[in-house]
Design a protein around this ligand. Structure first.
Ligand SMILES: Nc1ncnc2c1ncn2[C@@H]1O[C@H](COP(=O)(O)OP(=O)(O)OP(=O)(O)O)[C@@H](O)[C@H]1O
Ligand SMILES: Cc1cn([C@H]2C[C@H](O)[C@@H](COP(=O)(O)O)O2)c(=O)[nH]c1=O
Length: 261
C-alpha cells in the first residue's frame, strides 16, 4: 500500500492543481472571524496559533483555538485512527477527515462564529485538498467538494499559509520526537503538498496570506499579527486593528501589540 501511495505522489509531485472553483460566497454570514492556519507538517502552525490566541485573549477577545483532526470528542477518536492506526485506504482517509470536519463545524466552529468569537483552526479544508486531493491523488476538486458538502460551504475569512522547505519542517518534527502516519510519508509526498498549498494560495489571493515560516518564531508571529490586523476591526464593538482609537485604555495592551505587528 505504501508503494502505491509513493507512486501516486511521484506522478503528482510536480503537478499542483491551480484550477479550482473560487468560493461561492467568501466572507461573513456570521458575526465572528474564522481564521485557518495551513502548511506542511512542522512548519509552526501550533506555535503561531498559541501566540495569536494569547494576544487576543489578553485583549479580551473571545477566541477559540482548535484543530483538525481532533477539535471535538468524536474528532479525537477519528484523529487517533487517522494518525496512529493501521493502514487506511486513500478514500477512507478522505472521508474520515471530512467526517471530523463536519462534526467540528456543526458543533464547535459555527456556534463560536455565531457568538461573534474569533476561531483559529490548526488546519481546515485546504489540508484535505493538499494531502488527500493532491498528494494522495484523489483529485483536488473532488476533495474540496466533499469538504464543502461536509461543512455546508463554510470557508475561512482568512487562511494563513506558513510556508517552508519540507526538509526544514521535517527536521523540526523529528526533533519533536515520534512522527505520525502522514509525517512518515516520503519526501515527494511533502514536496507535492507544499506545491499544492502554494497553488491554492495563488488561486485565492483574497483569502490566503503566505508567510515565510523559515524564520525565528517572533518574526513569523509579527507577520501573522500583521495579516490578522485588518480583519480584527470588523469584530463587533472592537477597537482592535483600528490605529485611530485607543479605547483599550492601554498604550501597551496586547490588543494594540497584535494590531501593530
Ligand atoms: N519559527 C520556528 N523556528 C524554529 N522552530 C520552530 C519554529 N516554529 C515552531 N518551531 C518548532 O518546530 C516544532 C513544530 O512546530 P509546531 O508544532 O508549531 O508545528 P506544526 O506546523 O503545528 O506541526 P504539525 O503539523 O506536525 O502539528 C516544534 O518543536 C516547535 O517548537
Ligand atoms: C486536516 C487534515 C490533516 N491531514 C494530516 C496533516 C497532518 O499530517 C495530520 C494532522 O496532524 P497535525 O499534527 O494536527 O498537523 O493530518 C490531512 O491529511 N488531511 C486533512 O484534511
Amino acid at each position: 500500500m505504501l508503494a502505491r501511495y509513493a507512486d501516486a505522489v511521484t506522478d503528482n509531485a510536480s503537478q499542483p492543481r491551480a484550477v479550482l472553483n473560487a468560493p461561492d460566497a467568501p466572507g461573513a454570514a456570521h458575526p465572528g472571524l474564522f481564521i485557518s492556519f495551513e502548511g506542511g507538517d512542522g512548519v509552526g502552525k501550533t506555535t503561531q496559533i498559541r501566540i495569536l490566541a494569547e494576544l487576543l485573549k489578553e485583549a479580551g477577545v473571545e477566541c477559540e483555538a482548535t484543530r483538525e483532526p481532533g477539535g471535538t470528542d468524536l474528532g479525537i477518536e477519528i484523529r487517533c485512527l487517522l494518525l496512529h492506526g493501521d493502514d487506511i485506504s486513500p478514500r477512507a482517509e478522505a472521508l474520515l477527515y471530512a467526517a471530523d470536519r463536519a462534526h467540528h463545524v456543526a458543533t464547535r466552529i459555527r456556534p463560536a462564529l455565531e457568538r461573534g468569537d474569533v476561531v483559529l483552526t490548526d488546519r481546515y479544508l485546504d489540508s484535505s485538498v493538499a494531502y488527500q486531493g493532491a498528494a494522495r491523488a484523489l483529485g483536488t476538486q473532488e476533495v474540496r467538494d466533499l469538504s464543502l458538502w461536509a461543512t455546508e460551504g463554510l470557508f475561512p475569512d482568512l487562511t494563513i499559509l506558513l510556508d517552508a522547505e519540507p526538509d526544514i519542517a521535517s527536521r523540526r518534527t523529528m526533533a519533536r520526537g515520534a512522527t505520525d502516519r502522514l509525517e512518515r510519508e516520503p519526501d515527494a509526498f511533502h514536496a507535492a503538498l507544499r506545491a499544492q498549498f502554494l497553488a491554492l494560495a495563488d488561486a485565492e489571493p483574497d483569502r490566503f496570506v503566505v508567510i515565510d515560516a523559515d524564520r525565528p518564531v517572533e518574526a513569523v508571529a509579527d507577520a501573522v499579527a500583521a495579516a490578522v490586523r485588518p480583519l480584527l476591526a470588523r469584530l463587533p464593538g472592537s477597537a482592535l486593528g483600528d490605529d485611530s482609537s485607543d479605547s483599550s485604555g492601554s498604550e501597551n495592551s496586547a490588543a494594540r501589540r497584535a494590531g501593530e505587528r
